[in-house]
Design a protein around this ligand. Sequence first.
Ligand code: SF4
Length: 455
Amino acid sequence: MAKKLYIKTYGCQMNVYDSERIAEVLAPLGYEATDQSAGADMVILNTCHIRERAAEKVYSELGRLRKHKNAMAAEGRHMVLAVTGCVAQAEGEEVLSRAPYVDIVFGPQTYHRLPQMIAEASRASGQVLDTEFPEESKFDGLPQARTVNGAAAFLTIQEGCDKFCTYCVVPYTRGAEFSRAATDVLSEARNLVAAGAQEITFLGQNVNSYHGEAPGGSAHGSEWNLARLIREAAQIDGLARIRFTTSYPAEVDDDLIAAHGDVEKLMPYLHLPVQSGSDRVLKAMNRNHGVDEYRRLVDKLRKARPDIALSSDFIVGFPGENDADFRATLKLVEEVSFIQAYSFKYSPRPGTPAAMMDLQIDEAVKSERLAELQALLNTQTQNFNNQMIGKTVPVLLDRTGKMAGQLIGRSPYMQAVVVDAPQNLMNCIVDVTIDAASPNSLMGTLNLDSRKACA
Ligand code: SF4
């Protein structure tokens, strides 16, 4: 009898990738994905630890799942309840003590061992906790074959972070930087294309610090950087588009800028978090770059690829941030002009240096600054979308629209594009002429005989 597996994923794309791999690890044990937690034989919460609210959400969700678990127990059935991701890694013991009905807690580095953990949990009366950073790489223990939902796929190439920004928990929850061997990445990319992917996004907490062992390289100690990996991946037949995220400004090298200039399959969109426009605040954040360095980088990127769209991350209300610092952030945003950006109020995270800093900013001031910043960013997004009207762009159609006969796709600049199109064009790249623009999407007309490539 197929067993039902429900995975709820919080947070970043790397958690999405891990959830997909976890499902592939459990498929040989007879687990099939379901979108209902009620009645599922196994429920896994893949958690995020970036902001306070994210962690607390996990405990309220566990409380809700406890009811399902008890209901199944009343019918003589057992639901295996597990927690993974960064909350599990950061506070595994606490999860087990605050939610003693949880069976398994495992970290992002140990899910290749899940079959053993399930066996152990069913044998032992106790709970299973595995939040190690194992010697062996989890990637070596994962199934080779990949499954793809739609035409776009994520592929983790690098994990962990050595930067220790003073507000961030990632170095503690994901460990030191690790780059996968180029051969393994390229073989997984080919498997994804064979399974229908036309667009692959390379993932890493610090993806552009990638330095993977070159094919046959360990003997010669040679490594590939991200630019080299992209150039090689671009040779894969059937792979139409390449993206990568998340980048660290100080690690954007000339090779990567050149790749943006001349690798056609590399999409003209770069997520380049800057966090603040004040050198004083960047220093307090321990960000290894200044504002001028960021400006120069943007200029070099735009020289190499004039139509490149930039997105970013911003934190307002970092400890000690004064009004002049915040004005400097607004000034940088005005100068660079972003297609979109994620912006947040500073949220103290337990165990991070910034949480212990003096001059914590009042919540009301943080909210005021966030509102002003987001108003400016929204204007920039609308301006970017408006200038697309009348242009024809290749769009990868990968979702159904709200209206009948409507499909939604992704432009090279990651914009959502809504178009009237027949269902048989799903997972195809087609040309669309943009007729209208809203803050969150573009509307367009299909160029009928423009089907470029299909999964
Ligand atoms: S570079 Fe990114 S992941 Fe690394 S510590 Fe800084 S914010 Fe966190």
